[in-house]
Design a protein around this ligand. Structure first.
Ligand SMILES: Nc1ncnc2c1ncn2[C@@H]1O[C@H](COP(=O)(O)OP(=O)(O)OP(=O)(O)O)[C@@H](O)[C@H]1O
Ligand SMILES: N[C@@H](CCO)C(=O)O
Length: 330
């Protein structure tokens, strides 16, 4: 038996357990920043903005029907769309599963490094679980949604999925078996710049070196431990010192025009630190004060105006809600 199959269970569709039959829901699925610089594949954070909107409804017949209202030309076949892949994995564990209609209004651009694929995967499993009477735990939902990430990037990873489902900042200590730790943090402002180029996670993973020097590994795990300790102890200075990546960033930053300048100028503007969001090309910076986060947005803007590259910026905060569900019984 494969490692990932160990947790499999068959649950019965029990809509009455939710206190009534709900036919449909709308969900808001947050953007997420994976890695948090030093924590490749193990750290992630949910944001208030941007977020996707999805509508998920029970169908009278079996099957999954997906449509997009966003114009991104994403595949609608359930096996190729990450939402479909995540839901199919979930329905394998439901006795006599119903069918679903999924409508996706994507506001997180695919290939942005802001967890666009994870928002769809996490959004659909939270919505479907609600309609099925909340028969699965959050940990089960992460396990199903990782099948969407496999479609998007070729590998299962949970550093976007877990914060999207749990909210806040999460540490994924292990994915087989899943071991997710929710971290507290002091108030932080997040500034994001998204240069409008697409970096596919699958490509950004392929260029990475497969081996790491021991001295780099020592520096990296010092930073990960420092960052986690900084969050838990509300120590802004430790957070700032630990936002350093000596393994992934030197390779991936070459794919992002303006990266070094954005980082240098943001720190000069008072940011605690930051780096590539997920696999890029978005770059995020953390600040203690809102005014600093706005100043960081200004210096990011200057860099991309000078380079003549289209971009989008966000000044936002950490979202502790995770995917938000609203009833939709029309
Ligand atoms: N519902 C969906 N939403 C987003 N991307 C999807 C969806 N279905 C399939 N995809 C595919 O997934 C890929 C986008 O995922 P990718 O991981 O590369 O970007 P991202 O999620 O924005 O980045 P990151 O994971 O670094 O934050 C594209 O190839 C896209 O076609
Ligand atoms: N940890 C993943 C996140 C992107 O999906 C990566 O950096 O490849």
């Amino acid at each position: 038996m494969k490692e990932e199959q160990l947790d499999k269970k068959i649950a019965s569709f029990a809509p009455l357990a939710a206190g009534g039959i709900s036919k449909g829901v709308k969900v808001f699925a947050p953007a997420t920043v994976a890695n948090l610089v030093c924590g490749f594949d193990v750290l992630g954070m949910a944001l208030h903005r941007p977020q996707d909107l999805m509508s998920v409804r029970l169908r009278d017949e079996p099957g999954i029907v997906i449509q997009h209202t966003d114009g991104y030309q994403l595949p609608v076949e359930p096996e190729k769309n990450v939402a479909g892949a995540a839901l199919l994995a979930m329905l394998e564990e439901v006795k006599e599963p119903p069918g679903f209609d999924i409508t996706i209004d994507k506001r997180i651009k695919p290939g942005s490094g802001l967890g666009s694929s994870a928002a769809s995967s996490a959004g659909v499993v939270v919505a479907a679980n609600h309609l099925l009477g909340n028969i699965f735990s959050n940990e089960d939902l992460v396990r199903f949604a990782m099948n969407g990430e496999k479609v998007a990037s070729g590998v299962k990873h949970a550093d976007n999925i877990a914060p999207a489902i749990y909210g806040g900042i999460t540490l994924i200590r292990s994915i087989f078996p899943l071991d997710i730790v929710q971290l507290s943090a002091p108030p932080l402002y997040v500034t994001v710049v998204h240069p409008q180029i697409e970096v596919r996670t699958s490509d950004a993973r392929q260029i990475l070196r497969k081996e790491v020097k021991l001295k780099d590994a020592i520096r990296q795990w010092g930073n990960i431990a420092g960052l986690v300790a900084g969050f838990m102890k509300n120590d802004y200075s430790l957070i700032g010192r630990s936002l350093e990546d000596v393994i992934i960033e030197p390779v991936r930053s070459m794919l992002i025009p303006g990266f070094d300048e954005v980082k240098k100028n943001s720190k000069e503007a008072g940011a605690l630190g930051g780096g590539i969001s997920g696999s890029g090309p978005s770059i995020f910076m953390l600040s203690r004060e809102e005014s600093t986060a706005q100043q960081v947005e200004y210096v990011m803007t200057e860099v991309y105006v000078k380079l003549g590259i289209d971009f989008k910026t966000y000044v936002t905060t950490i979202s502790y809600d995770g995917v938000k569900v609203l009833e939709d019984n029309e």
